[in-house]
Design a protein around this ligand. Structure first.
Ligand SMILES: [Zn+2]
Length: 243
């Protein structure tokens, strides 16, 4: 399956991208994608750029057809043909597949919605997507903090329950606690897992998550990188770095 037809592109639902190939990797789907755009201007001088080469970036997306999904983006790296231009090379970018993130933007937004509105645990979302607990929590922080901080958000909410949650003192307090705990976590990134668990203890309260669940999520994540590089699409694929 997956021969780059318009049907594949419609199912992908990422404007500006098309599906190149779809393969199965165990229980997961690997979806090879690229941008539809064929020409780009140099961001400095505006000259039509050359495609120099491509990078492979793997990013986790929302599950589809009861399978976890990893997108493999064949990302163009451009060069400016003007030798005097201060910008020599640059790569494509997409807000929907942000740099240095493990999750697509829509997966991050869905995690934020599920935690904030549906009271789903971070651990359950990590299992659902096939990523680490820390990856989901980072997405909730990235996409959730602006919503909590935005005083105009109340005008965009059409659900009474959501409004009360977003503006209740307990939600704001929990968001603040989560933010502070994540800062501590970053400073301890080089420590042991035990230290990490202790540092994020307040977050465990926040999501009402058992230690066993967290350890299971971490254990599942440990096996993923090796599996990614063993896939048949590209053994040298560049993988988004965990934040
Ligand atoms: Zn240029």
């Amino acid at each position: 399956m997956g021969d780059g037809t318009e049907y594949d592109d419609a199912l992908l639902g990422l404007p500006g991208f098309r599906v190149v190939v779809v393969t199965e990797d165990g229980d997961e789907l690997l979806v090879g994608i690229e941008t539809i755009r064929r020409a780009a201007g140099c961001p400095s001088c505006g000259v039509i750029a050359r495609t120099r080469d491509r990078l492979r970036v793997i990013i986790r997306d929302l599950p589809a057809f009861n399978h976890r999904v990893r997108l493999v983006w064949s990302k163009r790296r451009f060069s400016c043909p003007d030798p005097d231009c201060p910008v020599q090379t640059w790569t494509e970018r997409s807000d929907e597949l942000p740099d240095r993130r493990e999750l697509s933007a829509r997966a991050g937004r869905e995690c934020t919605r599920a935690v904030g509105q549906a009271a789903r645990s971070v651990a359950s979302l990590a299992r659902w997507l096939g990523v680490s607990w820390a990856t989901v929590m980072a997405a909730v922080r990235d996409y959730g903090t602006p919503l909590v901080d935005d005083p105009g958000r109340v005008e965009e909410v059409n659900s009474l329950g959501t409004t009360m949650r977003a503006h209740s003192p307990s939600w704001s307090r929990r968001a603040a606690l989560a933010e502070r705990a994540l800062e501590r976590q970053a400073t301890r990134r080089k420590g042991t897992m035990d230290e990490h668990l202790a540092a994020t203890g307040v977050l465990q309260d926040h999501v009402a998550m058992a230690n066993d669940d967290l350890e299971e999520a971490c254990d599942r994540h440990k096996g993923i990188p090796a599996k990614l590089f063993a896939n048949e699409l590209d053994p040298n694929a560049e993988r988004a770095k965990p934040r």
